[in-house]
Write a protein that binds this ligand. Structure first.
Ligand code: IMP
Length: 423
């Protein structure tokens, strides 16, 4: 392995949790490098469903799990996640390391986001309301508080009071909403810090030392390439960089240490939140896929929009991330169809578009051009090897890999760990 990155190559929810869990069996360390608890990685262990939001998926395999410096962390949510997983027999506390450089999500971030989404009205982004955007805003504005800032209590008091004075003005005067109580925020933070103090450190040292020792380190991307703040469908994006390139800044390692980049992609497409979605199917078809695909947000529970596989999207991801292999998930959801359209290109104003557009207004005008592939109308969920799949399913997988520009090395055909085909 040594340094392997798993990135989402669509709009998030590609089943990265399943892919990371599969690869984590051979990993020594699993590292999250960006985002926060807007992510939701679902893994089924037998009949039990686990959804992790902040803690890297590696904890489910008992692996050392790092919350990297590029993340934004709500310590209260982390504690809840620890308690919930521990109560179900998963050891979290001794297995996690939290970067002192990661920024904190504080109560006012969530309040501001709620108000801001309301203010946007029809132009709302449809965020997860976890305070992600406002926390990254403060990071970029250099007024954020980092996990490491919790140690020096005097400095924490001063900085927190200063930050809250400003945020309360904003909440009360601009949004006419209620503010937060600085003493309560301070007290809660200090209690959380006391709990996690032994887990907080310079995580980039841990990761680099592991790589120097030729250990297997797995970098767990969150969200997806099309939600990248720079290269996604701006402004309908998240506030961080899910791209593989962010591993270096978010985990604190040089680019030359990355060996392998795997893109996770659904055999079709799904999308939550607002923004254009060229291959969206009609609601009747979406309904047929939602139940077998479990297409409800693992963080918010929202029903996801569903579309056919869009090779324009995944091709862009292959290019931007340097994806050399694809893990195709949810193939079994397509078992029911006679024919399966695959988007091979876009037409905009009667002209063919060579690449996925960067401007949202251009994307909104794009019409998908489809190639229709024959379905296989049989159960793929029991396939143990690629040759077990029906001919048309194999052709489908090969074709989407070819269109996206990367070979498919993993095919997942169900939610269970065993329903994984490794080529
Ligand atoms: P935020 O990340 O909460 O600011 O939300 C911004 C956009 O990204 C919204 O459309 C969310 O639905 C979407 N989003 C954020 N995280 C995920 C994810 O893990 N999966 C799918 N969509 C996500």
């Amino acid at each position: 392995m040594p340094a392997t990155v798993v990135v989402g190559s669509q709009w998030g929810d590609e089943g990265k949790g399943r892919v990371v869990d599969l690869l984590a069996a051979d990993a020594d360390i699993v590292v999250r490098y960006q985002g926060g608890n807007n992510a939701g990685h679902t893994v089924w262990i037998g009949e039990e469903k686990f959804a992790v939001h902040l803690v890297p998926t590696g904890v489910l395999r008992g692996k050392l799990s790092v919350l990297g410096g590029g993340m934004v962390i709500d310590l209260d949510v982390l504690l809840q996640e620890e308690e919930e997983l521990s109560s179900r027999g998963i050891e979290v506390k001794s297995n996690i390391r939290i970067s002192e450089n990661a920024h904190l999500i504080l109560p006012y971030h969530k309040l501001i986001e709620e108000q801001e989404e309301k203010r946007r009205g029809k132009q709302a982004i449809g965020t997860t309301l976890r305070g992600i955007g406002p926390a990254y805003e403060d990071k970029a504005a250099r007024r954020g508080l980092r996990v490491g800032d919790l140690r020096d209590r005097q400095s924490l008091t001063d900085r927190l009071h200063d930050a809250i004075a400003f945020k309360n003005e904003l909440l009360k005067k601009v949004y006419t909403a209620r503010g937060v109580d600085p003493d309560k925020v301070y007290h809660d933070l200090v209690t959380l810090h006391d709990h996690f103090a032994d887990n907080i450190c310079d995580t980039s040292l841990i990761v680099q030392e592991a790589l120097d020792a030729k250990k297997n380190v797995l970098f767990e991307g969150a969200h997806g390439t099309l939600l990248d703040i720079d290269w996604g469908t701006y402004p309908y994006v998240t506030s961080s960089n899910p791209l593989s390139g962010e591993v270096t800044a978010g985990a604190g390692i040089p680019p030359k240490l990355i060996d392998r980049i795997i893109g996770a992609a659904k055999a079709y497409t799904s999308r939550v939140g607002a923004g254009p979605f060229p291959t969206a199917v009609d609601e009747t078809t979406a309904e047929k896929m939602r139940e077998p695909g479990g297409e409800f947000g693992s963080t918010t529970g929202r029903a996801r929009g569903i579309g056919w596989f869009d090779a324009m999207v995944v091709r862009k991801s292959v290019r931007l991330n340097g994806i050399e292999e694809l893990a195709i998930t949810h193939l079994d959801v397509l078992d029911q169809f006679d024919e399966i359209p695959v988007c091979v290109g876009y037409q905009c104003g009667g002209r063919e578009v060579a690449h996925f557009p960067n401007q949202i207004t251009d994307l909104a005008r794009c019409e998908p051009v489809y190639e229709t592939l024959p379905g296989w109308k049989s159960d793929t969920s029991q396939a143990k090897s690629f040759s077990d799949l029906p001919d048309n399913a194999r052709r489908y997988v090969e074709r989407i890999g070819e269109l996206a520009g990367a070979p498919v090395t993993y095919v997942l055909v169900g939610r269970e760990r065993e329903q994984s085909i490794i080529r």
